[in-house]
Design a protein around this ligand. Structure first.
Ligand code: AR6
Length: 173
């Protein structure tokens, strides 16, 4: 599974990937940040489908169609709220892993993630990047061969993710 870190608005990666991950909240009914951008770009039919899903717990994931985003699926996950989650590291790890497992179960080959939980949910970027790099590097993919991390809009954040992945690969030979 090849991982590439990009400085990119995730809604612009479109048909280049089979699935785009949304950093949502438990309601799955939209919000601010990347969630709001994804709903606006995908169009109102996304919200209609989300209403049928019955929400999503932190660390879990659910799939919808991609609608106007031109990817096959949007995989919605809920990251931890850093200051109130009883175990934010475990919840963030689960959020990444459950998106990958769901993508594999759908037979997908490529997936794009945003930086889950590091906006409204307050997870410090450096810590979140370490958790992300560890989760992705340890995952044994079935059908997924390419993962993009679309970090946006901050170049410093992208550098932090890049370093986290380099360090992890270096540590593991
Ligand atoms: N492409 C990629 N990343 C983006 C984009 C974009 N277009 N826009 C923002 N980001 P956040 P969370 C980055 O707050 O912390 C929502 O209201 C952003 O700079 O979107 O998981 C939901 O409904 C940050 O680095 O998600 C939930 O209530 C990262 O995406 C809550 O926020 C995550 O920031 C979820 O909070």
């Amino acid at each position: 599974m090849d991982v590439e870190v990009l400085l990119m608005d995730i809604t612009k990666i479109g048909s280049k990937v089979d699935a785009i991950v949304n950093a949502a909240n438990e309601s799955l009914l939209g919000g601010g940040g990347v969630d709001g951008v994804i709903h606006r770009a995908a169009g109102p039919r996304l919200l209609e489908e989300c209403r049928t899903l019955g929400g999503c717990k932190p660390g879990e994931s659910k799939a919808t169609k991609g609608y106007n985003l031109n990817c096959k699926f949007i995989i919605h996950t809920v990251g931890p709220r850093y200051w109130s989650d009883p175990n934010p590291k475990e919840t963030l790890t689960n959020a990444y892993l459950n998106c990958l497992r769901l993508a594999d179960s759908l037979g997908l080959e490529s997936i794009a993630f945003p930086s889950i939980s590091t906006g409204a949910f307050g997870y410090p970027v450096k810590e979140a990047a370490e958790v992300c790099a560890k989760a992705l590097s340890g995952y044994k993919a079935k059908t997924i061969s390419k993962v993009y991390l679309c970090i946006y809009p901050c170049k410093d954040d992208m550098d932090i993710y890049q370093k986290a992945f380099e360090k992890y690969i270096y540590k593991n030979g």
